[in-house]
Ligand binder design. Structure first.
Ligand code: WQD
Length: 327
């Protein structure tokens, strides 16, 4: 395969690029470096540009003999999406339409799309299956749900085939600490907990400990970024076999609370994790974790790592890259 990876200089994209290359696939990365880092792209050409630039995408596909694509490039900050919605409609939705038009013009019809469990909003039933109602609660989540639907229309009108992967909480870093999540931009729990533990910021603010859970803090499905990378390649293989379009929950099926993440971080680092309990964050569901039955049956994929590997790989990366890719 020759794979175009948009957003391949980003967190999940860079780990997926590395996995594709480890399997001997040709890869070309398109990233505008708005949130990505050139240093995260290992062993693949990086072209700096925008997915909405149809002429550029066409040239890349022709020059690299692209046969399929994985589309990571998107804005992903839930709070920002509510303050600046147009940025998300233009970049996440319209950008994808331009990308798909250029791919189809170049004869590329297999696309794996980076979607999100946030399309489910606050699920009524846990664990979450793909039968759960699509009820986004943010512009970011809506941009993902809308893009999924647009891709299904492109299947009807142009024969595009896609797999939308609905990630749960991606975390962790590569086992050799060569790539990881740059915490400069991240508001997610694990990198923030690492930053607090390593004394690079004030205490971790725990958004509420009065939830109806065993320790009072919210529960999420943390999935190792390298397990996530494997799921993307399995999805490409699935499409290469001519299988039909689908959307799949990609999670471990296990929930971990905020306090469990804190305890695991303290145990692995050997350091205290400074934290303070603060009021709940608006919009936080009490507990969200995946039912990974369909992704296992469809792609033959399941997570191989749990919270221990996530936290130990994240700590190994952050403690040796205090400035992220700026080191
Ligand atoms: C996790 C838990 C917080 C920060 C994200 C993305 C979403 C989707 C899933 C990809 C929650 C708590 C966090 C902090 C805290 N992924 N927390 N203090 O909100 O589950 O969703 O992953 O698309 O799009 O937004 O992730 O890391 O923000 O929060 O207490 O400083 O940690 O309340 O329970 P979330 P998160």
């Amino acid at each position: 395969m020759s794979v175009l990876v948009t957003g391949g200089a980003g967190y999940i994209g860079s780990h997926t690029v590395r996995h594709l290359r480890s399997l001997g696939h040709d890869v070309v990365v398109l990233d505008n470096l708005d949130m990505g880092f050139a240093g995260a792209v290992l062993d693949a050409p990086l072209i700096v540009g925008d997915v909405a630039d149809e002429a550029l995408v066409g040239r890349i596909c022709a020059e690299h003999g692209v046969t399929s694509a994985i589309h990571f490039a998107a804005h992903k900050n839930v709070g920002e999406s509510m303050a600046a919605p147009s940025k998300y409609w233009h970049n996440n939705v319209d950008g994808t339409v331009h990308l798909v038009d250029a791919l189809l013009a170049a004869g590329v019809q297999d696309l794996v799309f980076s979607s999100s469990c946030s399309v489910y909003g606050t699920p009524a039933i846990i664990p979450v299956t793909e039968a759960a109602p699509i009820q986004p609660e943010s512009v970011y989540a809506e941009s993902k749900a809308t893009t999924e639907r647009i891709l299904r229309w492109y299947e009807q009108t142009h024969g595009l085939r896609s797999v939308s992967l609905r990630y749960f909480n991606a975390a962790g870093a590569s086992a050799d600490s060569r790539i990881g999540e740059d915490w400069a931009e991240s508001l997610n729990l694990v990198p923030i907990a690492m930053k607090a533990t390593l004394g690079r910021r004030g205490p971790l603010l725990v958004f509420g400990d009065d939830y109806p859970t065993p320790d009072g803090t919210c529960i999420r499905d943390y999935i190792h970024v390298d397990d996530l990378a494997v799921a993307h390649v399995r999805a490409l293989d699935y499409l290469a076999e001519g299988k039909p379009s689908t959307a799949l929950n990609v999670g471990t099926g296990t929930g971990s609370s905020v306090m469990e993440v804190i305890a695991c971080t303290a145990r692995i680092s050997g350091l205290p994790v400074p934290y303070e309990i603060t009021p709940r964050r608006a919009g936080d569901p009490v507990s969200v974790y995946a039912d990974p039955t369909l992704v296992r049956e469809t792609l033959g994929w399941e997570a191989t790592m749990g919270l221990e590997e996530i936290i130990s790989s994240a700590y190994a990366w952050h403690s040796t890259h205090l400035e992220g890719y700026g080191d």
